[in-house]
Write a protein that binds this ligand. Structure first.
Ligand SMILES: [Mg+2]
Length: 419
């Protein structure tokens, strides 16, 4: 038996096999620093598209120098077989970030090939649709996400204020919050996520937060709630900066603006402390795109640490694992939400999962990305209107990475071939 069918022994290798012939990766630092793009080529001319985000050179090394010898010549349609094999090999040394990001990127590309081969969108192969459109909210990023003000690569997730200009949502939040929400409501959004406590963490660390810093961070949210009442939902992301006493103080200060959820106010490296935070704060808590794979989320759910589960499909193990986590959360009556900010195929993967898993309740979107540089990465843009996204159209992911990004002369381009 071919090694690639270890987990699918009932499928004869001779029948229905579409072998993987090449794996290409590209690192488009000139478009979105930190992004890793992948194309998986298979017999019959199928091309599957995938991506992940953060430390792309490390992920490319894992894909070409370690995982390719399992994948090249293997069955492109045997998604679960490859997922489990690679997960278990990585489990031998801890299954953490770069390994799961590489598995995630491959997983997206293989689902894309399967969808194209079946002539169906991925959400149908996952058993959907369970809804006709997907609720979205706008995260207040800036078009320059992943870059610092000088244009060099920054520290995504560390929080930057941005600068004046179109779609500078983070900047606008602090300088004219009601104008920002007016714009978003005019765009059809009814929910918005902000991260107003980053500046306090940068200035003083996460060990404590002063009453003055609390007040200046909550002020724009207070103004939004006073002006727009219940026409807008507010979510607050703490980017994992704070320790327990500061997180509790922040939760207490936010009570007056009635947020839909508090996300990663507390660091996520101790699930029991997160559960303690939820019990003490008595506020709705979202946990967390910073967790990886089912075991992390299983502990979170068992510890009663979350009111909402937030999953990044290209960090946590691809469409396969994200759908499994979302189904698992539903067994606890905890809704799932899909993370974005991390690339266009992450968004499309999230849309497919949202379309297929009943317990999903929201897709994060960043208008500052979609309306500026996503056109330089993908051929089809997501359709957002009236606070919802349309279901993706077309077979597979329903979107392709621009072929120009895979020119061999581009910096960071690599290809591994079968034979
Ligand atoms: Mg977040």
């Amino acid at each position: 038996m071919n090694e690639s069918h270890r987990y699918l022994p009932a499928v004869p290798l001779e029948h229905g096999v579409v072998r993987i012939t090449a794996i290409e990766t590209s690192i488009p630092e000139d478009v979105m620093p930190g992004l890793l793009l992948i194309r998986v080529h298979a017999e019959g001319g199928w091309i599957g598209h995938g991506e992940t985000y953060y430390a792309p050179q490390a992920v490319a090394a894992l894909l070409h120098d370690w995982m390719a010898r399992r994948l090249l010549g293997g069955d492109a349609l045997a998604i679960e077989s490859h997922w489990r094999f690679l997960y278990e090999r990585a489990a031998n040394f801890g299954v953490r970030g770069a390994e799961l990001r590489a598995i995630s990127a491959i997983d997206l590309a293989l689902w894309d090939i399967l969808g194209q081969a079946c002539r169906q969108p991925v959400y149908r192969l996952l058993g959907g649709p369970v809804r006709s459109r997907i609720p979205v909210y706008n995260s207040c990023g800036n078009p320059s996400y992943g870059r610092n003000p000088s244009g060099d690569q920054g520290w995504p997730g560390y929080g930057s204020l941005g600068k004046p200009g179109p779609l500078q949502d983070s900047y606008l939040l602090f300088h004219d919050p009601c104008a920002l929400v007016e714009e978003l409501i005019a765009d059809g959004y009814s929910a918005v996520k902000t991260w107003p406590f980053d500046a306090a963490a940068h200035a003083h660390g996460g060990m404590r937060i002063s009453l003055a810093d609390l007040d200046s961070a909550v002020k724009p949210l207070r103004e939004i709630r006073a002006r727009f009442g219940d026409r807008i939902e507010l979510m607050v992301d703490g980017h994992g900066f704070f320790m327990l006493p500061a997180a509790l103080r922040i939760a207490d200060a936010l009570r007056e603006v009635r947020p839909l959820w508090l996300e990663d106010v507390l660091k996520t490296d101790n699930i029991e402390t997160l559960a303690d935070f939820r019990r003490q704060s008595r506020m709705p808590i979202s946990v967390s795109e910073m967790l990886l794979s089912r075991p992390d989320f299983a502990r979170t759910l068992e510890s009663r640490a979350a009111d909402f589960i937030m999953i990044d499909p290209t960090w946590a193990g691809g469409i396969s694992e994200t759908a499994r986590i979302a189904h698992m959360a539903q067994a606890y009556n905890v809704p799932s939400t899909m993370h974005d900010c991390t690339g266009p195929l992450t968004l499309f993967a999230g849309l497919h999962i949202n379309a297929a898993v009943p317990g999903c309740c929201f897709q994060e979107t960043v208008r500052a990305h979609i309306r500026t540089f996503y056109k330089d990465l993908i051929d089809v843009q997501p359709v957002l209107r009236d606070g919802y996204a349309d279901l993706p159209k077309g077979p597979g992911l329903g979107v392709r990475l621009n072929a120009d990004l895979f020119r061999p002369d581009r910096p960071g381009y690599r290809i591994s071939r079968w034979k």
